[in-house]
Design a protein around this ligand. Structure first.
Ligand SMILES: [Zn+2]
Length: 538
């Protein structure tokens, strides 16, 4: 007796990402039963009276996308309070979005944009001025931040924070306020200390609001075909930051498979925070939706480097890092470490090899995050350690900035992506969103295929770029490997989770420079439809 499927999608181009011969690379129909894939070879044979049949009309279907390094938790807490510019390509549209939000909020409510965009994505090649914000949104305080570069406030925003040209010199505010030729503040301000100060001034959402925001972010992920996220914590993201996602999960409203990598709250709390995580937590605790998968991305704050700013990898800093990592290895934890600079990368590789000789880590899937300074010559050492690499499309916004810091020649092979892939090092792809990059997986995929910044500059050499199939595999099947789940998700084959996205256009044939315009028309997580654009009329 043939099992009756709950859902059958047919008449499409379904990319299974199947490994080996477990299933054909592409099929035209798929049957889902409960939370799993039932069949991709005789799907229509499983249609029964109770089966929900969806005609795909030739649409492309891919496994649910997994962003393998994104700051989902931090952004989820404030998502509903923010306007997002990621998917807008003109300042005019940006101002319109701000005005629209203001119109739906009572006067005096803060209107804010917290990173995730770059002024060069806009046709106007610039961000808003104070004058434009005043004109479009006079009755709401407005704060618009571009990555960690600068922020612009409107006059009511400045007034609400008590900031005037007179006051800023008298108050202990961080440096960074821009002044015009007459010495008056313009409303623009720059520098991380000032950004951090602004965050603290902006009204914080209540617990319930944080839960609703987290659910809304999960919904937005589904709209873009994402069914999974590996969260890397983030600066100031300590234990209290996780309350909202746990509540959304308890309520059964979290529709993204979130895998948590946790780290210390801030410099100085490392030892206490890790002792707590490692004593009470156990590796990979959780269910198929929410799981505490490991430690990272920051181990010791003093080693937290940037592309243009090496950090402290001195003896003491490395000794402190060693102590935490040794304990992680001893207790079987997966670790993901943020690294930009080659010096730090090589020191960590030495340290991992030393730790591996004490407590083997080659089954723990430790990985380097960002790791632009990784080359083919490192592949054998990484493979011996069973280690992986998590690359993000950071340079889509910051390619020119990296060229300034490292020079075009070095950036052109940072990283040697295709070579490392061919050498067999597991490579997961992602965004590092929500402040310094766009969370849009298709904008991210476009970067891995073109190496082009939003200004149109190609910074990564053609020969290191991925083709469409490998890039998609890095955003699906390989992403699951980093949390020991390659046997249950990332592929559309029988027995794996029924996580998939029906795309608005065909990822494999759409012109490369239009890939960022793709969305999902139907997203399914564990057999449940979590996003439906209505385009399929099923
Ligand atoms: Zn990072």
């Amino acid at each position: 007796m043939t099992q009756q499927a709950d859902i059958v999608l047919r008449g499409g181009k379904i990319t299974t990402m199947a490994l080996g011969s477990s299933a054909p690379e592409t099929v035209d129909s798929i049957a889902l039963l409960g939370s799993e894939v039932l069949s991709v070879t005789d799907a229509e044979a499983h249609i029964g009276n109770g089966t929900h049949v969806i005609d795909l009309k030739g649409a492309r279907v891919v496994p649910g996308l997994i962003d393998s390094h994104v700051h989902f938790i931090r952004a989820g807490r404030t998502w509903n309070d923010e306007v997002r510019f990621e998917n807008l390509y003109s300042l005019k549209d940006g101002l319109h979005a701000l005005a629209e939000r203001a119109a739906s909020q009572k006067a005096g409510t803060w209107i804010r944009v917290i990173g995730g965009w770059d002024e060069h994505q806009f046709a106007e090649q610039r961000g808003p001025t104070r004058e434009e914000l005043d004109q479009v949104i006079p009755n709401h305080p407005v704060y618009v931040q571009m990555q960690y570069d600068y922020a612009v406030l409107n006059s009511l925003g400045l007034k609400t924070l008590g900031i005037t040209t007179e006051t800023i010199d008298k108050t202990p505010l961080p440096e960074g306020f821009e002044k015009d030729s007459e010495g008056s503040i313009t409303g623009k301000a720059s520098g991380m200390p000032l950004m951090t100060w602004f965050y603290r001034q902006l009204p914080a959402p209540s617990y319930d609001e944080q839960v609703e925001s987290t659910v809304a972010l999960s919904h937005e992920f589904a709209r873009l075909g994402m069914t999974g996220a590996i969260d890397g914590g983030g600066v100031n993201t300590g234990p209290e930051a996780y309350a909202a996602v746990y509540e959304a999960w308890r309520q059964g409203r979290l529709k993204t498979r979130v895998r948590l990598f946790k780290h210390a709250t801030r410099a100085g709390t490392e030892q206490a925070d890790y002792a707590g995580y490692l004593r009470f937590g156990s590796p990979r605790f959780g269910d198929d939706i929410l799981r505490f998968s490991g430690i990272g991305e920051v181990i010791m704050y003093r080693t937290h480097d940037r592309i243009a700013a090496p950090a402290d990898y001195g003896e003491e800093a490395m000794a402190e890092t060693r102590e935490v990592l040794l304990e992680c290895a001893r207790k079987g934890w997966t670790v993901q470490i943020h690294v930009h600079q080659r010096e730090f990368f090589l020191k960590l590789l030495d340290l991992w090899e030393e730790i591996d000789s004490i407590h083997p880590i080659n089954q723990l899937r430790w990985s380097f995050v960002h790791a632009e300074s990784t080359y083919l010559e490192d592949a054998e050492r990484l493979k011996k350690l069973g280690a992986g690499l998590l690359f993000q499309s950071l340079l889509r916004y910051n390619g020119e900035y990296a060229v300034e810091a490292w020079g075009a020649d070095r950036v052109a092979h940072s990283p040697e992506l295709a070579d490392l892939w061919d050498a067999g090092v597991p490579i997961g792809l992602g965004s590092d969103a929500m402040r310094v990059a766009s969370y849009n997986p298709f904008a991210s995929l476009e970067w891995f295929l073109t190496g082009k910044t939003v200004r149109g500059n190609k910074t990564l050499d053609e020969k290191y770029l991925l083709d469409r199939h490998r890039a998609l595999r890095g955003y699906t099947q390989v992403g699951a490997w980093f949390t020991h789940e390659e046997n249950v998700r990332g592929q559309l084959v029988p027995g794996q989770y029924a996580d998939l996205a029906v795309l608005s256009e065909d990822y494999f044939t759409i012109p490369t420079d239009r890939i960022h315009t793709l969305t999902s028309d139907l997203t399914i997580v564990g057999g449940e439809i979590v996003w439906d654009s209505g385009a399929l009329h099923h």
